[in-house]
Design a protein around this ligand. Sequence first.
Ligand code: HPA
Length: 285
Amino acid sequence: MTSAFHFRRMITMAYTYEYFQKSADFLRSKVDFTPEIGIVLGSCLGPFAQKIENPVVVDYKDIPNFLISTVASHAGKLIFGTVAGKKVVCMSGRFHSYEGYDFEQLVIPVRVMKLLGIQKLILTNAAGAVNTDYRPGDVMLVSDHIKLTGHSPLRGPNLEEFGPRFFDVSRLYTPELRKIALECAEGTGLRVHEGVYMFFTGPQFETPAEIRAARMLGADAVGMSTVTEALTAAHCGLPTLAVSVMTNMAAGVLDQPLTNEEVDETARTIEHRFSQYMTKIVDAL
Ligand code: HPA
């Protein structure tokens, strides 16, 4: 009984190169261009998707071997099109461990976008500010991350076609892309920092004690996404920029409970400026 369970698990974990190719082949049959930049839009940052020109929209549920968004604020659509004259593929809605997905499954979107030909990846997310110099509505370019919970999305048999078994993550968040994004901040009216993102699995927000621990460890912000995608990108050598929107002060910083409404509301107040900032970044990359 136990061994049958383990055997079944081993099969489900053993994604082959062909597994990812099947999704990519399907998507190639829907669009007649190669996207240059892949973009993942986080919670409530979806409106950027409306800026995509000549969009070709594909529902996640129609893509073979893909995953399905279960979070209300995530649209669950892959959008191909043009932003600032560049060909992009944009995920409006992403997948998280807290939805029940295994870490190994979370490699799927980035690997499929890599097979579609993207040269650079932009990840966005909503995050809680741990750094007390930050304010809700601020933006943080992720310079590094801390992940002490959950295992690696690259666990399991290694697919050499994507990258080596052991790989460097000391330049996970590509410094050159960060420099460009920092330069683009000027004139946007946004306060843009560089800082460390700490991953928590969620779906509960963190405890005040966890936030104090995160701060002592050197975190500036906390969130429930992005690192699995960034690690997948590092494995296949994809330059990556990660941009966090501080939707709230993290738990215990203010004397009030954290609510998803607060997260949504801040995201809504900044989404227009954030979309403009993203467009500027895409143009400059
Ligand atoms: N913690 C984790 N994830 C988040 C937060 C937070 O405070 N805010 C938005 N996403």
